[in-house]
Design a protein around this ligand. Sequence first.
Ligand code: UDP
Ligand code: MG
Length: 321
Amino acid sequence: MYSIQDDNIFNKPDLSIIIPVYDEEENIVELYENLYSILSELDRTYEIIFVDDGSTDNTFQEIKAIQNSNIRIVRFQRNYGKAAALSCGFRKSRGEFVITLDGDLQDDPKEIPRFLEKLKEFDMVSGWKVKRQDPLSKTFPSKCFNKLTRLITGVKINDFNCGYKGYRREVVKNISLYGDFHRYIPALAHWKGYSVGEIEVEHHPRIHGKSKYGVERLLKGCLDLMTVTFLMLYKKRPLHMFGGIGLVLSFSGIAISLYLLLLWITGTPIGDRPLLMLGILLTVIGAQFVSLGLIGELITNTRNNDDYIIKFDSYELENGR
Ligand code: UDP
Ligand code: MG
């Protein structure tokens, strides 16, 4: 297995380009050539990090054959998914600016200078495939998904799932990805307090190879959206959510039970009332929700991971760090 042995073999570049690739053998050479012609025009040092996400074709050999000392390859043991590939690329990257793009020639390297320009203004810039060159089975669900995500997360961009994105170094340092969370990077960055901008990008149809995602991603995407929102709102205080629901249910149950108790005292039989069942059920389920919240608090408490990002610290300044 090819691995990066030494993170200091190159000097730190200005720009890191990260490309996750999974079975893209026919696209590698052309992509590299397009990239090279753009990057060599820029007055910046760069590194191109290919993350081979467990390809089963000749993708790895194609990358390895490229003669350019600015290329780094990381090869996964198996296919872990795009989020893992991006996350690994983020960790390996050392550029002041980081740009991610898909390795299937759908994203055009000519947009790189525009991303860099926009990154002067924003901490993170997301691409917007205004004329998306994909079949309707992809574009329509994607439109609905984007509208929903925009509504729920409050991030005012049009295209969450665009692989083409630019970041300032500190954003990639502070974002952790797993599962299929790459779709929510703009929301994660926004919630961490970073500014998120958007630029329109040209999108090309896929000529070689197959798309790795089908319609099933819509369902997965919705579940992930739920997770991301829950984590952002309640990760640090799970009891606020579970406890809130639990208390409402329990109080309703107790109120029903008290009412029935009153009837019983005044001599009305309540043994065959369905309301009795409902009262008991609500009280018990409510108590379970509260317990769930408390268990959540226990888990959050035992993990002492500070979630804040410090922008300025006079102590570090005084100590010359
Ligand atoms: N990709 C990856 N791992 C995966 C699936 C996809 O690294 O498990 C890469 C793929 O090789 C491509 C990019 O992610 O470079 C986008 O994938 P794809 O073109 O299949 O997605 P679509 O454009 O259809 O949304
Ligand atoms: Mg694609």
